[in-house]
Write a protein that binds this ligand. Structure first.
Ligand SMILES: CC(C)(COP(=O)(O)OP(=O)(O)OC[C@H]1O[C@@H](n2cnc3c(N)ncnc32)[C@H](O)[C@@H]1OP(=O)(O)O)[C@@H](O)C(=O)NCCC(=O)NCCS
Length: 131
């Protein structure tokens, strides 16, 4: 197993709240899969924190992929699911998966943390492990 890339990101929770207020469900559907939305919406008081954490994680992963959004990747090509323990796990599809595999990335380690005002995430792309 070797590390091929590492990315981090930080997001203001208020920015996500603002985007939801302006664009509503269209923004959520563009950026978050149904299962991500279901998890974040479970806790109405902290839903924007959970969304901001996933937003930061997706941007951290994008940094590892190295293409930016201009590479044809869609937000929902990157999905964060939760293990029963609560640990996040990355599922890629579409262009994001293609780019990851072309770079030899077969597995991810991702971690996120959030408070009322901000969310942050770190992602590591690995070779030599199966997704
Ligand atoms: C992991 C833990 C330390 C998070 O600490 P926290 O300061 O409350 O919260 P943070 O904002 O720093 O982090 C929250 C994120 O940690 C991650 N997380 C949660 N459980 C995790 C775990 N077991 N391993 C790794 N990451 C975990 C998630 O991504 C979570 O974000 P999400 O709820 O939006 O998916 C805390 O949840 C904990 O002690 N968990 C122990 C296991 C547990 O109680 N599980 C409950 C379900 S069985």
């Amino acid at each position: 197993m070797s590390i091929l890339g590492h990315g981090i990101d930080i997001v203001e929770t208020a920015r996500i709240r603002h985007l939801v207020e302006i664009h509503g469900q269209r923004f959520l559907d563009r950026c978050f899969t149904p299962s991500e939305q279901a998890y974040c919406n479970r806790n109405p008081k902290r839903r924007f924190e959970h969304y901001a954490g996933r937003f930061a994680a997706k941007e951290a992963i994008l940094k590892v992929l190295g293409t930016g959004w201009s590479g044809g990747i869609q937000w929902i090509d990157i999905e964060l699911i939760r293990e029963p323990s609560g640990q996040p796990r990355v599922i890629l599809s579409g262009e994001a998966l293609k780019i990851a595999l072309s770079r030899g990335i077969t597995a991810w380690h991702v971690s996120m943390s959030h408070i009322e005002t901000h969310a942050t995430a770190s992602a590591i792309g690995l070779a030599g492990e199966n997704i």
